[in-house]
Ligand binder design. Structure first.
Ligand code: AKG
Length: 385
């Protein structure tokens, strides 16, 4: 048999995998030794594959040096300069790397470790948390939206709702035995860090003073306090991702291009690269920096900033050799709040660019279609802007 025929034969073999196996996730199939070739279920159309979309298929993979924001500098005397760099990063890239932040190496290391041990548990243990209910406190699953995706992504996930923590932690996995404690500590720390970054972002947008806490009498400052209060009481979801090695990484994606729904996402990744962001019409790979967070603007902040700060498309590549773990902490207003452009960023020159929107309409939107790209945000744009 010719090598080409042998390959087709093997692909056909992979395609005898029954549908229910796909739904148990890609790690399960990898462990069972099913994956010598990428099954058809995971093969993206040629135009969406890693090497062909937007860039020339023969061009080497390009890396992107994201703007670096030094958190220690942000809370020190150089705050005004760092705020300018922050504004530039949010306008031009929609992404930055945050270094020297307040979360210790110990906490981030333990978090990646416990998530790795969770994904190493036997399938029976992991599958206890499988549900398609998008509002569940804990949700284990695969791909992006396994009930709607026509092509599956090479990724398994565990999603945890975090706020208020005492209500949710008891529902989280009790195995590994330190899971709840480690993850709760991490959730608390990332929430605090999110609040500190948001305060800086409101300042960088020119809608909040650094000394605002002492100036609560003025109406404007009360408005700003309200958004900070709402965010403090806001939603937080941890999305932990596991990407097994892939025999043909050029045919598939760990995650297809998407934007995040919230205000900010704080992403912690292990040392394996995979995240790409869209920058100047190219897909560029973000180099992991040990113990840094990749922070990105979500759709709600794009709306709140009336389009000044951009929620940027990103996707994930997989590789032949190594598995990869990433942990995204997504933050927004409480699920029952309305997100709208800040009145302070609307004037004659900058008319209101987005409709008011709530979380319910987002969930209704994503639960009725295969979500790709920035289509939810596009659906909220006012046509006269
Ligand atoms: O794995 C990554 O680097 C990105 C994860 C991501 O985009 C997400 O969880 O929404």
């Amino acid at each position: 048999m010719s090598p080409a025929m042998a390959m087709i034969d093997q692909r056909n073999e992979e395609d005898h995998i029954i549908e229910s196996e796909y739904h148990k996730g890609v790690k399960n199939m990898y462990e069972k030794g099913y994956l010598h070739k990428v099954p058809k279920k995971y093969i993206f159309p040629a135009s969406e594959r890693p090497t062909t979309s937007m860039n020339d298929s023969n061009s080497p993979k390009e890396n992107l040096q994201l703007p670096i924001i030094d958190f220690a500098e942000l809370i020190g005397p150089n705050r005004p300069q760092v705020l300018r760099s922050l504004a530039n990063a949010c306008e031009q890239y929609g992404f930055f790397q945050l270094v020297n932040h307040s979360i210790s190496d110990d906490i981030t290391r333990c978090m990646i470790d416990v998530i790795g041990r969770f994904f190493d548990l036997p399938m029976e243990e992991r599958s206890k948390y499988m549900t398609t209910d998008m509002r569940a406190a804990v949700r284990y699953g695969t791909s992006f939206s396994q009930t709607k995706d026509s092509v599956f992504c090479w990724r398994d996930f565990l999603k945890l709702i975090c706020h208020p923590l005492p209500d949710f932690v008891p529902h989280w996995p009790a195995s590994p035995s330190d899971f709840q404690e480690v993850v709760a500590t991490y959730a608390k720390e990332t929430k605090q860090l999110f609040m500190a970054i948001m305060k800086a972002i409101l300042e960088s947008l020119g809608i909040m003073e650094d000394n605002q806490e002492e100036m609560t009498k003025e109406k404007d400052n009360n408005d700003n306090n309200n958004i900070m209060k709402e965010l403090d009481n806001g939603s937080q979801m941890l999305v932990t991702n596991f990407y097994p090695p892939c025999p043909e990484p050029d045919l598939t994606l760990g995650m297809h291009p998407h934007s995040d729904y919230g205000f900010l996402t704080l992403l912690l990744q292990d040392e394996v690269e995979g995240l790409q962001i869209q920058f100047q019409d190219k897909w560029l790979t973000v180099q992991p920096i040990p113990n840094a967070f990749v922070v990105n603007i979500g759709d709600h902040l794009e709306i709140f900033s009336n389009g000044k700060y951009k929620s940027v498309l990103h996707r994930v590549l997989v590789n032949e050799v190594k598995s990869r773990i990433s942990i995204a902490s997504l933050h927004s207003l409480p699920f029952n709040c309305t997100v709208k452009p800040s009145p302070k960023l609307i004037d004659e020159e900058n008319p209101k660019r987005y409709m008011d929107t709530d979380f319910g309409s987002f969930l209704a939107y994503v639960s009725t279609r295969e979500t790709k790209k920035k289509d939810f945000l596009e659906s909220r744009k006012l046509t006269n802007s």
